[in-house]
Ligand binder design. Structure first.
Ligand code: DNO
Length: 350
């Protein structure tokens, strides 16, 4: 396992120096943030991230994300040009030492929550999704600005996209994913890069948009499109784990055994009866997921990919990006390091 940490570049309030002080920190997960989806990243920008990381004894070997342009997901417009650009980005990242590229195939919106600062009795805050609040959201008229949402869409554009995806439907989206993978995976394989798709978060349709990277059956289908280790998963325990139909430890074991997990996002969620969920601290005792069983499933299968502590709570008065402060993610990394060491040593004694 290689422990990693997401860093949003020079504007990130969390510095590389602080990240490097977290025990056992190895890799930086980052991206070029000033190029629009569909564009080509300059080699200099990519190399600069790698050089900054190296100054702190960290390795920039995971990209999250190279965004997939909506034209690719919709199979229209400049789809083929954007796919060529995507391939070029993979080649350039590989040149700078990147080994794994995380991406997603969610229409229009990335991860969705209904409240970013839900306060727990201990005064910490975290991200939540309450079904009651979700029902009240009108994605077109509410002018939402949630992390992961591209706030640059005009109302009319957004309306058009929602209609286009409505008529594309799930099977249309599968067809476009298939085209994308068949084009991009061979290039990644050639460069020694593992593409790692991030599941839809949450893993079910929202606002009438199709979502397909949601459950075991669909992950199987996605992996079968190109049966290569370069076509892998970013197994996000919190995203898949906020639907009760996903048995997370079982799925981790299955895909680790098949060597189809390139990258893991590890975090815990508390799942509620009506499908609502709250993000919690990383420990098993904080939520619905058994983080020990998940780690054991990885270690039993000799997992040697990347792991990052995903979203943390805001604690100790920290102010920063929702889910991406330093303190709680660092606690998460330390906890996960402990789980891995314990599982590895227990296995070594057998
Ligand atoms: C949320 C993240 C996602 C993820 C993308 C990957 O915190 O896990 O935004 O980066 O979905 O493409």
């Amino acid at each position: 396992m290689k422990m990693s940490f997401r860093w949003y570049g020079k504007d990130d309030p969390v510095s590389l120096q602080y990240i490097s002080q977290i025990p056992n920190m190895h890799s930086i997960v980052s991206a070029v943030y000033d190029v629009k989806p569909g564009g080509v990243w300059s080699q200099e920008s990519i190399d600069e991230i790698a050089a900054e990381c190296a100054k702190h004894n960290l390795v920039f070997d995971v990209v999250e994300s190279i965004p997939v342009h909506e034209d690719i997901k919709l199979g229209r417009g400049k789809c083929d040009e954007y796919i060529e650009n995507y391939k070029e980005n993979i080649r350039r990242c590989a040149k700078a030492g990147v080994k794994c590229v995380c991406y997603n195939f969610m229409p229009v919106f990335d991860w969705t929550r209904t409240q970013m600062d839900k306060m727990a009795p201990d005064g910490s805050t975290s991200l939540v999704m309450y079904m009651k609040q979700l029902e009240g959201i009108d994605p077109i008229n509410d002018g939402l600005d949630l992390p992961g949402w591209d706030a640059s869409y005009e109302k009319e554009e957004l309306k058009e996209l929602l209609i286009a995806y409505g008529s594309l439907g799930e099977e249309g989206l599968w067809k476009n994913l298939e085209h994308f993978l068949k084009e991009v995976i061979p290039v990644a394989a050639e460069c020694g890069v593992r593409m790692a798709i991030h599941p839809d978060d949450p893993p079910y349709p929202i606002f009438g948009l199709p979502r397909i990277i949601t459950c075991e059956k669909n992950l199987d289908r996605m992996l079968a499109i190109v049966d290569s280790p370069a076509n892998s998963l970013t197994f996000c325990t919190g995203s898949l784990g906020c639907a009760s139909f996903n048995d997370i430890p079982k799925m981790v074991r299955k895909y680790a055994e098949k060597d189809r997990i390139g990258f893991l996002h590890m975090r815990n969620v508390l799942l509620m009866d009506d499908g609502s969920f709250e993000e919690r601290g990383h420990l098993s005792c904080g939520g619905s997921l058994d983080m020990y069983e998940i780690t054991k499933a990885l270690v039993d299968n000799g997992f040697d990919g990347y792991v990052r502590p995903d979203h943390g709570r805001m604690i100790w008065g920290e102010v920063g990006r929702w889910g991406y402060g330093l303190y709680d993610r660092a606690l998460g990394a330390t906890y996960l390091n402990g789980l891995f060491e314990a599982c590895e040593k227990a296995n070594a004694k057998k």
